[in-house]
Write a protein that binds this ligand. Structure first.
Ligand code: HAM
Length: 418
């Protein structure tokens, strides 16, 4: 290791910043609780099969991006690249497979071996929710509306909601055939990735970002028309519920999402405040298969990238937390005063005061400099003489006033001042 940098695509989050993270998490917890969601914490690693089966072997995440390792017992484990599969694994311990609804949210680090860039990390953080166990278009709409509500709460305006339907698995045959027949005539002009996708992951051609592929996709047939009446009706009801909730959306037939578990509704939130990586959140309805399970877990949910939420907040000049309350600074002149100030600091901190003090033998001037550096508004000064007389000097740093306070009333005075 050449310097103090963390591994590529990861970051240290220092106290000033982490307060902001905590605020974001608290806003999420607060909004989601109003919709009945409680927090679920799952391990940051799972058996590899949970992701292989859950997300689909052919997905880019599983094929190229997972951090997989063998533990000492020879088991294959993987650092979670996303939250949904692990949450479903945990919820098998409940009655979700029998249609009992569970509403959970989660936040924490996720790991994908992607090429790092602005807004794309190898360790990034998601806030996500899953509504599991029941199937209804109104639930999909409520989940999306909750995401918009959360964005509003954290000051993000101008977010664009794109929505589409993946239909059900049975629709993929006829609708996929329509696409395959069309794309077959254009394989030669496609980017190398899409040439492979044509064989292995046809639908992903629809959201390729390469100019040549976009041109081909623009002429693709309307596959939605080939979905079953039931799937079309489901999507119409999602849109009607969004209209009722006054949530604005754009239907985007090129939105397919990168994970195989989606059925029916898929959606993504983009924002102009981000550069190339412009999705701040994504989600949809899913049927997720876990190892050794013949029945899928059904649910709807989304995840938002916390780093990206903060980048958007920055672009909108919002989301910065209030500065922390400044400390009371205790200046001690001499060893006896230092001991008394240590005691005073402990007592004040028990009353929720933020207190700072110098513990080495430093001059008055040096201690006042520290008080200034920390932005203290009140400084308590005690030396031999003050101790003998049972008083302390209390200085108001803003106004410069100084007054003598009797020790007996000092604690009360300082805690009242705040
Ligand atoms: P996803 O679209 O893969 O969906 O990720 C959700 C969000 O995580 C993205 O919109 C983005 O903001 C953020 N994100 C993804 N990869 C990175 C990265 N490398 N660096 C920074 N941020 C990133 C899921 O993960 C699904 N589990 C969402 C879901 C929940 N679907 C249903 N329930």
């Amino acid at each position: 290791m050449a310097n103090a940098a963390p591994p590529p695509g990861t970051a240290d989050i220092f106290p000033e910043e982490s307060r902001r993270w905590r605020r974001l998490e608290a806003a999420a917890a607060d909004v989601f609780a109003r919709y009945g969601y409680g927090e679920l914490r799952t391990p940051v690693f799972e058996f590899t099969e949970v992701f292989q089966r859950g997300l689909g072997d052919e997905t880019e995440v599983v094929q190229k991006e997972m951090y997989t390792f063998e533990d000492r017992g020879g088991r294959s484990l993987t650092l979670r690249p996303e939250g949904t599969a692990g949450v479903m694994r945990a919820l098998l311990n409940t009655d979700v497979l029998n249609g009992v609804e569970q509403r959970v949210y989660y936040c924490g680090p996720m790991f994908r071996g992607e090429r790092p860039s602005a807004g794309r990390k190898r360790q990034f953080h998601q806030i996500g929710v899953e509504n599991v166990g029941r199937v209804a278009p109104e639930l999909d709409a409520e989940c999306i509306a909750m995401l918009m509500h959360f964005l509003e709460e954290i000051g993000i305006t101008g977010a664009v909601l794109k929505i589409n339907s993946r239909g059900v698995m049975a629709d993929r045959g006829p609708a996929g055939q329509l696409l395959r027949d069309y794309f077959a005539g254009h394989v030669a002009e496609m980017c190398p990735d899409c040439k492979t996708r044509f064989e292995r992951n046809l639908w992903r051609i629809l959201d390729c970002k390469e100019a040549a592929c976009r041109e081909i996709v623009a002429g693709a047939p309307d596959y939605f028309a080939a979905y079953s009446a039931e799937s079309q009706e489901y999507f119409a009801r999602v849109l009607a519920s969004l209209d009722a909730l006054d949530v604005k959306y754009e239907v985007d037939r090129q939105l397919v999402r990168g994970l195989d578990y989606y059925v029916h509704t898929v959606f993504e939130i983009t924002h102009a405040g981000l550069g190339g990586q412009n999705a701040i959140a994504g989600g949809g309805r899913y049927e997720l298969f876990l190892p050794e399970q013949s029945k899928p877990v059904r649910g709807v949910g989304f995840a938002a990238g916390m780093e990206r939420l903060m980048l958007v907040q920055d672009s909108l000049n919002t989301g910065k937390p209030e500065p922390e309350a400044p400390p009371v600074f205790l200046v001690s002149l001499g060893a006896a005063a230092r001991l008394e100030n240590l005691k005073l600091a402990a007592a004040l901190r028990r009353q929720c005061q933020h207190v700072a003090l110098e513990v080495e033998d430093k001059s008055m001037k040096a201690q006042m400099r520290s008080a200034n550096r920390l932005g203290a508004v009140t400084v308590v000064i005690r030396g031999e003489e003050e101790l003998n007389r049972g008083v302390a000097l209390v200085k108001d740093m803003a106004g410069g006033d100084q007054q003598e306070i009797a020790i007996d009333s000092l604690e009360k005075f300082l805690t009242k001042e705040k």
